[in-house]
Design a protein around this ligand. Structure first.
Ligand code: AOF
Ligand code: ZN
Length: 409
């Protein structure tokens, strides 16, 4: 490892301090090094808060003069909620800036680097670039594709079943795997399920404070599956909760659903009413009620229960169009979503090539039937299977976790 890589690795670690708190902003770390000594460090901690460079420069003070600054993401060049970092670096008199990766935000996109170079600062771009980009894959996807990064999490038996035919899934995996899923929920902007899972399990989809410690263990009856969510103590309202999302084409979620009693937001994505039905509902509403339109009255009841109902166009299969649904989530600032089932939603996302990352727990048990991890249309040939790349395998208690990134044809 070169000197630059060594310092950049530290900056990447610093950036991780903001993991799960900066959305829809990236995580960013910065380090100021003068004459071989680290004289300042900083991380971006929350959207709207100071950028990483600001903290690092503040700590370095006069020692920033002539220093090298390591920053995991290109310093910004725009006046957003905070002033441009490129200007702050120039004003501090730094001599050299080492950048992990370019900021894809169209407001920046190379301008920060150009501004530094124009001021005579020596800029090196792309040190540990692959790691820097992977660290912000959610932010990159949100900015460049205008949809959230989609992680499909699954907990299945050796024969690939997530529940019995009757819908029972308590529990597929052991406590360690379930605690890991709690930790994963803390890192994402949203947690999503399909309506079948919402109806079958009535999950809360929350982060429970017991899982905040490293050893959640048996005490935290955490979830390895959305369905394992039903028996719980209430979460402290002080814990940051991911937005809960239900894909619910025809608004079957009851206003009494448990997730609607929990702190935080619940978004229900439904199929937009046909023009005629919408006009109909509008007219009835104007006349003093929504009784003439069942979908409109269900939407109103859910809204009264605290849900945010977002209608999107229908896809070719008659359910909500998944691209439109994800766009709607991106529009409300959701940059990452953890899909926790069920098989039908996950299958549809896979066919739409919208699963970006897979976190799959295999429990060493055999069910011999039940609900498949992925449902829907089946490919005819093994050659049509979607392979994963960058695969990692980890033993988690009695279970095995396999993670990777689908490679679509
Ligand atoms: C940096 N350093 O630490 C971060 C950057 O709303 P604002 O003002 O915070 O701007 C957010 C944008 O700034 C974000 O979309 C990304 O392009 C960049 N984030 N840039 O130089 C930082 N967090
Ligand atoms: Zn900045």
């Amino acid at each position: 490892m070169s000197e630059d890589e060594r310092y950049m690795a530290l900056a990447l670690e610093l950036a991780e301090m903001g993991r799960g708190q900066t959305s829809p902003n990236p995580v960013v770390g910065a380090l100021v090094v003068n004459a071989g000594r680290i004289v300042g460090q900083g991380a971006h901690l929350y959207a709207g808060g100071p950028h990483a460079e600001v903290y690092a420069l503040q700590m370095a003070g006069e020692a920033a003069k002539g220093a090298t600054v390591y920053v995991t993401l290109e310093p910004c060049s725009h006046f957003g909620r905070t002033p441009p970092c490129a200007e702050a670096l120039i004003a501090a008199g730094v001599r050299r800036v080492v950048v992990g990766c370019v900021d894809p935000n169209p407001e920046v996109a190379g301008r920060g680097i150009a501004r530094l170079r124009a001021a005579g600062i020596d800029v090196v771009v792309g040190v540990l670039e692959a790691r820097a980009r992977r660290q912000n894959e959610a932010f990159f996807t949100w900015v460049t594709k205008r949809r959230p990064w989609v992680i499909w999490k699954c907990a299945a038996t050796l024969d690939g079943r997530i529940a019995t035919a009757a819908g029972d899934s308590f529990y597929v995996t052991g406590p360690k795997a379930r605690a890991q899923v709690q930790a994963l929920r803390r890192q994402v902007a949203a947690v999503a399920v399909g309506i079948e899972t919402a109806l079958a399990d009535d999950p809360r989809l929350t982060v429970r404070p017991a899982a905040m410690g490293a050893d959640a263990g048996e005490a935290e009856r955490g979830s390895g599956h959305a369905g394992e969510d039903a028996v719980r103590t209430a979460p402290a309202a002080s814990v940051r909760q991911p937005v809960r999302v239900v894909f619910d084409s025809s608004l079957r979620l009851p206003p009494s659903a448990r997730m609607l009693q929990e702190p935080g937001r619940t978004v229900v994505i439904c199929r937009a009413m046909s023009e005629a039905a919408a006009e109909d509902g509008g007219a009835t509403e104007a006349a003093g009620g929504a009784g003439g339109n069942p979908q409109a009255s269900r939407a109103a009841a859910l809204a009264r229960a605290g849900a945010e109902v977002i209608p999107v166009p229908a896809g070719p299969d008659g359910h909500v169009d998944l691209h439109a649904a994800l766009r709607a989530l991106a529009d409300i600032g959701i940059d990452s979503v953890l899909v926790e089932g069920g098989g039908r939603l996950a299958g549809a996302l896979l066919r739409a090539q919208l699963i970006d990352q897979v976190v799959y727990y295999v429990a060493p048990k055999l069910l011999g039937g039940g609900r498949p991890a992925l449902a829907g249309e089946e490919p005819a040939r093994m050659a049509d299977a979607v392979a994963l790349c960058d695969v990692s395998v980890e033993v988690v208690g009695q279970d095995v976790r396999i993670t990777g990134y689908p490679v679509y044809p």
